[in-house]
Design a protein around this ligand. Structure first.
Ligand code: SF4
Length: 219
């Protein structure tokens, strides 16, 4: 397993590579971020932003989402995967926050994960980005990068990955590190064809070294 010191070195490198890493889901408030994150499940941020550009013009409040039929909302997000279920969850979520939270998104994980369509990852994104509460949201990029680098075990589930990262990363770096690991995974250590040849972490990366031995990486 990777030592904490080596992991912090890796984070420093990602910090150098992506000093401006940030949440790429366009939003203006916690409510819009919650909707955008819910829509982003198994879907790219680029596509979500394309859809929310018009969506957030048409629907500004939770009540707006309830003033239309389910079919109309489904139609407005139909280019997004799982749109039928997502539209249903958005309307249920709007009903809940109107009934229980005065139309506002609650700022605690315990409450967030009880909202329709909001899992632990979405809750962590909303906490960290909208409310500045330290949290580590594990998406596909975070999971892949931390496993390739050897911080986490291949067999670890998402919760174990989250706990390991939080244990090995100082709390004041969680938010910044979270976005930098995502950028590193999204733009450099991609699922297909990771950029091992030009990777500053190659010498210490277990996946990179494996690829090197197999002749998949030419340096
Ligand atoms: Fe990813 Fe390759 Fe770099 Fe390892 S060496 S972090 S697999 S790009």
């Amino acid at each position: 397993m990777l030592t904490k010191a080596k992991w912090l070195e890796f984070l420093d490198t990602m910090d150098d590579m992506y000093p401006d890493a940030h949440c790429e889901l366009v939003h203006d408030n916690p409510f819009e971020l919650t909707i955008a994150t819910l829509l982003s499940a198994q879907c790219t941020d680029v596509l979500v932003n394309k859809v929310t550009k018009d969506l957030f013009q048409k629907y500004k409040t939770p009540q707006d989402y309830l003033n239309v039929s389910l079919e109309e909302l489904q139609n407005d997000i139909r280019s997004i995967g799982l749109y039928r279920n997502k539209a249903k969850n958005i309307q249920l979520l709007c009903e809940r926050i109107l009934a229980e939270y005065d139309g506002e998104i609650p700022a605690s994980r315990e409450e967030l994960v009880t909202l329709p369509g909001v899992g632990r990852k979405t809750a962590n994104v909303v906490l960290s980005v909208a409310f500045d509460v330290p949290a580590m949201a594990v998406d596909t990029h975070v999971e892949r990068v931390t496993k390739r680098l050897g911080l986490c075990r291949w067999k670890d589930n998402v919760l174990e990955v989250e706990e390991t990262i939080m244990k090995k990363t100082p709390i004041e770096r969680w938010s910044r590190a979270h976005h930098q690991i995502i950028f590193f995974g999204r733009y450099h250590c991609k699922a297909q064809n990771p950029g091992c040849e030009k990777c500053p972490l190659l010498a210490d990366c277990r996946e990179g070294q494996k690829r090197l031995k197999k002749g998949l990486v030419k340096v």
